[in-house]
Design a protein around this ligand. Structure first.
Ligand code: SF4
Length: 359
């Protein structure tokens, strides 16, 4: 396999399936190279943030081009399969029972609805279908129900990702056995600022879930949220944590807080788009082989700000008009922007991945 990578300089993602025919992400990022760092110091990360913008952008774009096709962006769709009623107190989240946001609460969606949504997502060009359920931690029964959804969505030719809250080893294994490709569990912010945002679960709880997911052989989707009133040092601290995990997350969602009335963070100070782009640049530099996903907050970003994010190395987005419970740009808006920028969707089902295996 190594010889094949070296020979072709690309990796044929779509052709790799396990015995049951489920498509598997073909490698652990860290297996491709030993040059990835996991020992970043906070001062080093802060120094990157503080570089002149043009220098930082140049470095991020250079790193991006070493590892990815700069004109391809992976598309994911996110569906809320169980909405609201969550006992956690994440201060940004309209789904928490602690805050009155007037949310339309619903239980787990029927499998037919989920499969139909997956078909629609596929037709709109998505290659990954993400399902979110507002639980603190799913019960065994709930994990089995989600495993059934994972199998059904896999059968539609889409990669699957779920976010269900905290997972134990056996629950992670159950999802892995169903063919789950990715599990999303964000660190949200720096360890130092974390207690200002969530009090019902600890940072270590989150790290434990990430370890369970890794041990089960599921790819990790893990990032955070900026614009929650945190300092630049906190943003650096979040990225330091992500980059210093034993393996870099394969997918790193960077969210700009979407302020929702009724949540405690509704009035928190926003960060500028330039600071957001800096955050994307630093993510790209620290985790050069990860997909950096431009996630929540795109609806309020100008085309120009999003273009800068792509230039900074963002190469994945959520498409579809809703992101769990908050608005997202419509597909047509994304298509128009992609056309202007000459960006094409990366379809991992039919194309070779753009990784250049620099071994
Ligand atoms: S755990 Fe998830 S769904 Fe629950 S309040 Fe926090 S962000 Fe919202």
């Amino acid at each position: 396999m190594t010889a094949r990578i070296a020979e072709l300089n690309v990796y044929p993602v779509a052709t790799l399936r396990d015995k049951s025919g489920v498509r598997r992400f073909p490698f652990r990022i860290d297996q491709l190279t030993s040059s990835l760092r996991h020992d970043w110091q906070k001062a080093e990360v802060l120094a990157l943030f503080e570089r002149p913008f043009n220098d930082l952008m140049y470095e991020a774009q250079s790193v991006h081009r070493e590892h990815f096709d700069p004109n391809k962006v992976q598309l994911s769709t996110l569906l809320s399969i169980k909405t609201g009623g969550c006992p956690e107190d994440c201060k940004y989240c309209p789904q928490s029972v602690h805050f009155d946001t007037g949310l339309d609460v619903h239980g787990l969606l029927p499998i037919e609805d989920v499969v139909q949504a997956a078909r629609n997502a596929r037709a709109d060009g998505a290659s990954r279908f993400c399902m979110g359920a507002a639980w603190r931690s799913p019960t065994e029964r709930q994990v089995e129900q989600v495993a059934e959804l994972v199998r059904a969505v896999n059968d539609e030719g889409l990669e699957t990702c779920v976010t269900l809250g905290m997972l134990s080893d056996d629950k992670a294994q159950c999802l892995a056995d169903a063919g789950l490709a990715y599990y999303n569990h964000n660190l949200d912010t720096s360890p130092e600022y974390y207690g200002d945002i969530i009090t019902t679960r600890t940072y270590q709880d989150r790290l434990d879930t990430l370890a369970a997911v890794r041990d089960a052989g599921i790819n990790v989707c893990c990032g955070g949220i900026v614009g929650m009133g945190e300092s630049r040092e906190d943003r650096a601290g979040l990225l330091q944590q992500l980059a210093n995990l034993p393996q870099h997350p394969e997918s790193v969602p960077i969210n700009m807080l979407v302020r929702v009335e009724g949540t405690p963070l509704n009035e928190s100070a926003a960060i500028s788009n330039i600071e957001f782009v800096r955050t994307v640049c630093v993510s790209r530099i620290l985790m050069p082989r990860s997909f950096v996903r431009l996630s929540a907050g795109r609806k309020d970003m100008s085309d120009e700000a999003q273009a800068l994010c792509y230039l900074a190395g963002a190469n994945s987005i959520f498409c579809g008009e809703r992101l769990l419970t908050t608005p997202n740009p419509e597909n047509e808006e994304d298509r128009l922007l992609f056309d202007q920028l000459g960006i094409e969707p990366l379809d991992i089902a039919t194309e070779e991945a753009p990784f250049r295996a620099v071994l």
